[in-house]
Structure formats: C-alpha cells, structure tokens
Design a protein around this ligand. Structure first.
Ligand code: SF4
Length: 315
C-alpha cells in the first residue's frame, strides 16, 4: 500500500513527522520495507521503524522512528563498543558488532546537540530522547552523568521531548541507580520504561534468560513501582515456536494488576517483535490478535478492579 506523500525506497527523501502521524495505525506498526529518511543537507539519517541497527556503528546518538514514541525518537547509546546487559533475551535486536568507540559525556553532548539541531532545522518534533542502545543503560558507570547532560540539552533545546530510560530493572539492585531513577522520575519527568516480560519463572527463563533470580527481580520491581511512577513494557512473542502458557498469562495478569494497584503505573505497553534479531527465527512475532487478546484481558481485569491505567498495543 503506498501513500502519495510517503516515499518508499528512497533515502534522499524526508519521511515527515506529519506524514508518520497521519498514517493509519496498522501501517505505522507494520514493517515498512526500506522506508528511510535523511536530513539531506545535514547528514543525519533517521532509521525506520523496522531497523534500529545504526547504534551498532559506534554512534552514541541514533535518531529513529519509534512505534512506541509515535514519531522521532533520539536514542542514546551508552555502550558503543560492547553490548552490556544482565539479560539475554532471544528477541534482542542487537547483533554482534565491533567498534573501538568509547563513550564520553562530551561526545554524547556534541552528538545529541547535533541531532536536536538537525531536527530543528527540518521542523520535525522530537517525541523523546531515549536511553536504550546496546544493552541496559543503567549498568553504565556514566548513566547518571549522561542523564544529567541529556536533561540539560532537552530542557534548553527540546522541551517538547520526553526523557525516557528503557530498563530491564537490573540496575535497580544498585542503590544509587534506584535513587537516581526515582529522583529523576520525580524531579525531571524521566519516564522509566520498565520491562515486565514474564509473570512466572518458566517464561522468564525462556524470554529473558537472565541469571538474576526471578523472585528477586520481581521483588525489586515491586519496590521501585511502590515508590516511583513507571511505564511497564512487555514483549509478546513466541520463543522456540511457543507462546506464553495459560498459566503464564494468568500469572502476568495478576502481577500487572498488583503493580497497577500501587497507583504508580503510568501505562502498560504490550509490544510485538518488529525488528530482526540475531537468533531469528527462535523468537518470532506473535499474531496481532494475540496482543489484542492479552490487552483485552488486562484491560478488563483493571476495569473490574477499578484501576485506571491505559493499555497500549504496538504490534
Ligand atoms: S534486556 Fe534489552 S538489551 Fe538486554 S538482552 Fe533483552 S532486549 Fe537485549
């Protein structure tokens, strides 16, 4: 399906924010083959929804179109030289890579300022500045300084953009990271997108493959959500040809409700696999109908308990 004002397969054309926002949701959410945008005269490529691989080239900052952000998201990568994460999700979209680039706060400031200026020149709204990159951002020793730098640039040059940190929760075991996220969420409107892929240990072992014991991680997530606002994000896909069992669905739903009852859950994001991963096809996209089913069950559970938290699907 083609839209007259969207240019496919042409890296010289801008994929406008306005165009993105006017696309039907099912097109926004789908893989749009080879849809790329570039800021022609300003040497910044914005990568499309289905390809966020540019962070593997050593970049500390990588502009992408993001389903969950709903437009231009400027990603921050604290691990330009090596993937660093406590999880080993089979759906992880970070492919093996090698660079010698080292992270410095100064380079981050330069690259982020450049990316914001490029968006400004093209009058493209920036939906968020997002810590994600090649691993778990809160495990970086530079995380706090980088957050400070990004916040400063965001406040001065892109106040319309949200500040987001995507986290699997592993960093919460460090007291200083816990406090940093809690304080930032309270004082600078950092939106913490916290991973909650599993409600039970068996699925956690399959989908996250982390050495962190499941019960300890969930206890830490409960502790954090008990004192700080967070968006909970859940990947729904099949692993080794299997979707979550009925028991897992029930356990996840119960856990989601328990967390929502704290009053600190801003949103549930149920998202599907939209980009390739190095273990394909071990992890595979679930049908959109599956995500809809899970969202419906959660929505009804929340409503029946009188808890008002939005549930969003990104299939
Ligand atoms: S938590 Fe994120 S970065 Fe870490 S393995 Fe999973 S998908 Fe990859």
């Amino acid at each position: 399906m083609a839209f007259s004002n969207v240019h496919y397969n042409n890296k010289e054309n801008i994929f406008c924010q306005e165009v993105f926002e006017n696309l039907p949701q099912h097109i926004k959410n789908k893989r749009i083959d080879n849809l790329c945008g570039s800021y022609n005269n300003y040497s910044m490529t914005v990568f499309p929804v289905e390809n966020h691989r540019n962070r593997e080239d050593g970049s500390l900052v990588y502009p992408v179109y993001s389903r969950r952000s709903g437009g231009l998201s400027i990603g921050i990568n604290l691990f330009p030289d090596k993937k660093t994460c406590s999880f080993d999700c089979p759906y992880c979209e970070i492919f093996p890579f090698t660079t010698t680039t080292k992270f410095t706060v100064k380079t981050l400031k330069d690259e982020l300022t450049h990316a914001v200026n490029n968006a400004r020149r093209r009058a493209v709204p920036i939906r968020d500045i997002c810590f994600s990159g090649n691993g778990e951002p809160t495990l970086s020793p530079h995380f706090e300084k980088a957050l400070e730098a990004a916040r400063d640039i965001q406040k001065k040059t892109a106040p319309e953009a949200k500040l987001v940190a995507i986290t699997c929760g592993a960093g919460l075991f460090q007291g200083e990271v816990f406090s940093c996220l809690q304080n930032a969420a309270a004082s600078c409107d950092l939106d913490v997108w916290l991973k909650l892929d599993a409600g039970g240990e068996a699925w956690y072992r399959a989908i996250n493959r982390s050495a962190i014991p499941f019960d300890k991680l969930i206890a830490k997530i409960k502790e954090f959500v008990g004192v700080s606002p967070a968006t909970l994000q859940t990947m729904l896909c099949s692993i080794g040809g299997t979707l979550p069992s009925d028991a897992e669905e029930t356990a996840w739903n119960d856990l989601a409700l328990e967390l929502a009852k704290t009053g600190n859950v801003k949103q549930f994001q149920l998202y599907g696999k939209a980009r390739p991963s190095s273990e394909d096809p071990f992890a595979e996209a679930a049908p959109a109908s599956y995500l809809e089913k899970r969202a419906k069950i959660l929505g009804e559970t929340l409503a029946n308990s009188g808890v008002a938290v939005p549930v969003s699907i990104y299939s």
